[in-house]
Ligand binder design. Structure first.
Ligand SMILES: [Zn+2]
Length: 267
């Protein structure tokens, strides 16, 4: 869909173009953040000034759609494999250490093939299902995933992080989706992310994607209510070739394909 320059022109010419003034390099830092249970209607300049700034400077859609049923592990497996639950086989929402892990290739495999060191920090143990051989560093971090991601990005070279952040699903279950408590929790998450985004942008050529696995309604999620399927997607990058987000509804299974277009070829 977005052919890379090396495929359009001959390799002999590529070096000249790379040396030309103004030719920015491909992304060296790729950060994907999944804020669990984020309802797109919760995003606003007042509640989420950090994310709203990314939306203003980059691209976004509030028209994302989760898998059916819209549940955490099922949705994240669809994001990372790019396959619907019926295709990837992960149709239940459970996993515990010792159980079989994902067997399909994931976004981590692609990043690894493109020369990235990869990290996966997740706030719920069940997401350990998605730790495959292409994940260089991983940790179940209920609260410190942002700090771990920041430490990882202090290393050199191409770095890819998938960071899962928890909290909204608990605020939603206790106080309701879009309730004051829910929005206060989201404000805290937004504040915590600001320094990480700035760090990634300071590393050079970067791509940042922020999305979610599902939303909820009243004090419930994971049901067939249309609200539960909603999710946002924000994309910002200073790389040369950034795909344009379609105004069409955004299926969460598209995440892998989108991020792959942001990853440069192997060095
Ligand atoms: Zn979730």
């Amino acid at each position: 869909m977005y052919p890379r320059m090396g495929r359009i022109i001959g390799g002999a010419c590529l070096c000249l173009l790379l040396a030309a003034p103004g030719f920015a390099s491909d992304s060296e830092s790729v950060l994907v953040v999944s804020i669990d249970a984020l309802h797109p209607a919760a995003l606003s300049a007042k509640t989420t000034p950090t994310l709203s700034a990314l939306m203003q400077q980059g691209q976004y859609t509030l028209n994302g759609r989760s898998v059916d049923p819209p549940k955490t592990l099922i949705a994240h497996t669809a994001m990372l494999t790019g396959l619907a639950p019926q295709q990837n086989g992960k149709v239940d929402n459970d996993w515990k250490p010792g159980d079989p892990r994902v067997t399909h290739s994931t976004l981590f495999d692609t990043a690894k093939q493109r020369g990235f060191r990869t990290a996966f920090y997740y706030a719920k143990p069940k997401l350990g299902y998605l730790v495959g051989p292409a994940v260089d560093e991983h940790a179940w971090e209920a609260d410190d995933g942002v700090a771990r991601a920041s430490a990882f990005f202090r290393g050199k070279g191409r770095r890819f992080v998938f960071l899962h952040i928890s909290g909204l699903e608990y605020a939603g279950a206790e106080s309701g989706w879009l309730s004051p408590d829910y929005l206060a929790e989201l404000s805290d998450i937004d504040t915590t992310l600001a320094a990480l985004f700035e760090q990634v942008r300071q590393r050079g050529t970067y791509a940042v994607v922020v999305t979610s696995d599902h939303a909820g309604h009243e004090r419930q999620h994971g049901t067939s209510d249309p609200e539960d399927f909603k999710l946002p997607l924000i994309l910002i990058s200073n790389a040369d070739r950034v795909p344009r987000l379609s105004p069409e509804p955004w299926p969460v299974t598209n995440l892998r394909g989108l991020v792959q277009t942001l990853l440069p070829p192997a060095e």
